[in-house]
Design a protein around this ligand. Structure first.
Ligand code: KIV
Length: 279
């Protein structure tokens, strides 16, 4: 598989070839994504919920993002890795925003960063791109603003709200974003935005009219329990396969059939053992 870059991804958009992005947060999973040949990994701040068990993404820190991003990029050669800017790592000051974005490339070894927000974060996007940091913007439903939205809801359903999302898309593109995640927006609106911008649109809950798609890895693998958003499709039942394997391991340990001899055990000469027993 060729190395994915901002340039090859843009060529893919021009050719009408769909782009596939998935979240991954650790080395083992990133090896599997790379092997499967997907174009992009997102080290999303969703790791706060998926890997750390938080209720939402707000507690995730820059140090968390750097550590998980580096675990992923140790596994990747060809997959283009985008790392999320966590809540309050880019809002307070421009200086902090660029320094923190830089950490994700310098220490995390990501190829790009993602940040949530439209027209409100164009200054940050411009400053980052001017510093040579590729930016994926994220508009529509932005989980870091869950408290402002009053929950995880579809965005852009009335004229004003839909126009605002179109304006956001154009604003982040003009500020330099090479890609835009459209989360939980109506399919026709996402298709319209995709036609209006040169940036690569990546949808999650935004229909098939985007240039590509992103899903949380554990959701599509069937590893998560509880509430399943409408836009998630489970492409596997890996969670059940893991639980079956744990149960089989436990049953064999309890039955004394694992570890088996000689397959899983090491030998010692009988004479050596005899000397050990004599003390
Ligand atoms: O953090 C994340 O996983 C994301 C995706 C849902 C787009 O932002």
């Amino acid at each position: 598989m060729p190395k994915n870059t901002v340039l090859t991804l843009q060529q893919q958009k021009q050719a009408g070839d769909k782009i596939c992005q998935v979240t991954a947060y650790d080395y083992t999973m990133a090896c599997l994504v790379e092997e499967a040949g997907l174009e992009m990994i997102l080290v999303g701040d969703s790791l706060g919920m998926v890997m750390m068990g938080y209720e939402d993404t707000l507690p995730v820190t820059m140090d968390d993002m750097v550590r998980y991003t580096r675990s992923v990029t140790r596994a990747t050669n060809n997959t283009f890795v985008v790392a999320d800017m966590p809540f309050m790592s880019y809002q307070a000051s421009m200086n902090e925003a660029v320094t923190n974005a830089g950490r994700l490339l310098k220490e995390g070894r990501a190829q790009a960063v993602k940040l949530e927000g439209g027209a409100t974060v164009v200054k940050q996007i411009r400053a980052m791109t001017e510093a040579g940091i590729p930016v994926q913007a994220h508009i529509g439903m932005t989980p870091q603003s869950v408290n402002a939205f009053g929950g995880f809801k579809v965005q852009g359903k009335n004229v004003d709200a839909a126009k605002q999302i179109v304006e956001d898309a154009i604003a982040v593109q003009e500020a330099g974003a090479f890609s835009i995640v459209l989360e939980c927006v109506p399919a026709l609106l996402a298709e319209y935005i995709t036609e209006q911008v040169n940036a690569i649109t990546i949808g999650i809950g935004a229909g098939a009219g985007c240039d590509g798609q992103v899903l949380v890895g554990q959701d599509l693998l069937g590893m998560t329990h509880g509430f399943k958003p409408k836009f998630v499709k489970r492409f596997g039942e890996v969670g059940n396969a893991i639980m079956d394997a744990y149960a089989a391991y436990s049953a064999e340990v309890k039955a004394g059939t694992f570890p088996a001899s000689p397959e899983h055990t090491f030998k010692i000469d009988e004479e050596v053992m005899e000397l050990v027993r004599r003390g």
